[in-house]
Design a protein around this ligand. Structure first.
Ligand code: CMC
Length: 434
């Protein structure tokens, strides 16, 4: 196993029989028991619902310390990257393990431009969707379709061919996302342009129209760039695990990413940014006080949760949420929208929840989705596009994990076990006797 030290062994005693398993340690001191031979040696499997305690890979992409609130991409602090990098540099870092040189950056951008259009026939797909179609559904379907439109996409993981496969996906997915928005509002598609940078291009495709030139606001571009960097990877989250799982069967990168998009859509994962705004709107329109919403979220038999709060890994303030909050504040001030009632509700919810023993005892803090939704709304992005933006941001992480999985000599087909709890063996009953 790469970069993992053997630091001793752990004993498991079953019916007086002693079994030894290696204790291993990762490069940032994370310790684990290596149970890869458990079933072979003992006949037992582990029971770990939600894989809460299971490491499914030795990965060198992203490090998260949920207790201390640390997030590193390839060893760099997310705060430094968000402040100093363009999103594409971070994408390059995640996928190719190093920040690009000036020449590497130029080449990467050139390939991004060359690959930015989508096949004209793909546009026909958009017309077959009903107007209320969720853009996440369109995005997932279109991404898997790309692999049939571009047979030159290969599974060759050598740098040059993979650069082409990757830039095609990164660039075309942004175009598809913007087109799905234009479709939903019945406007003509705006094509990507070589003259814009990555985020500028996305904003232009979303907001320009044939009758109205759109002036790209550098503050919006900077904010979007920051949010995409914050979303770029988060180790074995639900959608990334799905990408690795689908890819482990030998499915191509595009098919694996398409599955990841579906996993991200759920409100407990990337769909939370949409759910946050829906919750704030419900509170506002229903004339509810923030404290009433908090009380409802705390009630055991209530279905309501405080969306944008809590995280499986973070037991302190999510470092991404801190950056998202200050970026959101700068943006709202710039757009003169800091008197938005939903923002006031969000701020009051945060303040009250952080002081509330229920949230304190369970270590529930705002996560990255709490503030991004408010910011996207202020930027004029419709609610159903929020998770699409998360997907665009998470794409480099999915690609990096797919590549790591594909090139790892220890990789196996993902195939967990279960504890069967159904009917024991029983006799078949013919239909007339049932
Ligand atoms: N509001 C109210 N109570 C909560 C919340 C919340 N947002 N989150 C967790 N709890 C309570 C939960 O009811 C449980 O209480 P008890 O111990 O009394 O039964 C306790 O906290 C532990 O919760 P859990 O569901 O066992 O924790 P988990 O690690 O399985 O869930 C989570 C993590 C993110 C699914 C959950 O916190 C949640 O549903 N949050 C709201 C949705 C959300 O914001 N998701 C975005 C996650 S960050 C972006 C991403 O990575 O996708």
């Amino acid at each position: 196993m790469k970069n993992v030290k053997d630091i001793g062994s752990a004993e498991l005693i079953i019916d007086d029989k002693v079994f030894n398993f290696s204790l291993i340690e990762g490069s940032m001191g994370e310790k684990a028991v290596d149970l890869s031979t458990l079933r072979r040696e003992t006949g037992l499997v582990t029971y770990d619902v939600g894989l809460v305690n299971s490491g499914i890979a030795a990965s060198d992409i992203t490090f998260v310390d949920g207790e201390k609130g640390i997030l590193l991409y390839r060893g760099y602090k997310v705060e430094d990257l968000a402040l100093n990098c363009m999103f594409l540099e971070v994408a390059y870092l995640l996928i190719f393990k190093k920040l690009p040189t000036v020449d590497e950056r130029k080449y990467f951008s050139k390939l991004m431009n060359l690959n930015s259009m989508i096949h004209e026939d793909i546009k026909n797909f958009f017309s077959t969707y009903p107007e209320h179609a969720h853009p996440m559904a369109i995005l997932s379907a279109m991404v898997v379709s790309l692999s049939s439109f571009y047979p030159e996409i290969s599974d060759d993981t050598h740098k040059e061919p993979f650069l082409h496969t990757v830039t095609m996906l990164l660039s075309k997915m942004r175009t598809i996302a913007a087109f799905s928005y234009k479709k939903s509002i019945g406007q003509p598609f705006v094509y990507p342009s070589y003259k814009y940078r990555y985020c500028e291009n996305f904003l232009n495709m979303m907001f320009a129209s044939p009758v109205d030139d759109y002036q790209i606001d550098p503050v919006l571009e900077r904010a979007l760039n920051t949010f995409l960097i914050l979303h770029a990877d988060h180790e074995q989250n639900c959608s990334t695990t799905v990408v690795r799982t689908v890819g482990s069967s030998g499915a191509n990168l595009y098919a694996s990413v398409s599955a990841g998009i579906c996993a991200l859509w759920g409100p407990l994962h990337g769909g939370a940014n949409q759910a946050v705004i829906e919750m704030l709107e419900e509170i506002y329109k229903g004339g509810m006080k923030p404290q009433e919403a908090i009380e409802l979220a705390k009630r055991k038999n209530s279905k309501m949760r405080l969306m944008g709060f809590g995280h499986r890994i973070y037991k302190t303030y999510d470092p991404r949420a801190k950056i998202a909050k200050s970026t959101c504040e700068t943006l709202l001030k710039h757009l003169k929208k800091n008197n938005d009632p939903l923002l006031d509700i969000a701020m009051e919810l945060e303040e009250r929840a952080l002081r509330d023993p229920y949230f304190q005892d369970r270590n529930l803090y705002p996560n990255v989705d709490f503030f991004t939704g408010v910011a996207y709304r202020a930027m004029g992005i419709p609610t159903n596009m929020f998770t699409v933006i998360f997907a665009i941001g998470r794409l480099p992480g999915w690609i990096a994990h797919w590549l790591e999985m594909k090139t790892d000599p220890d990789q196996k087909l993902m195939r967990p076990r279960q504890i069967y709890a159904g009917e024991p063996l029983r006799d078949f009953v013919p239909v007339e006797k049932r």
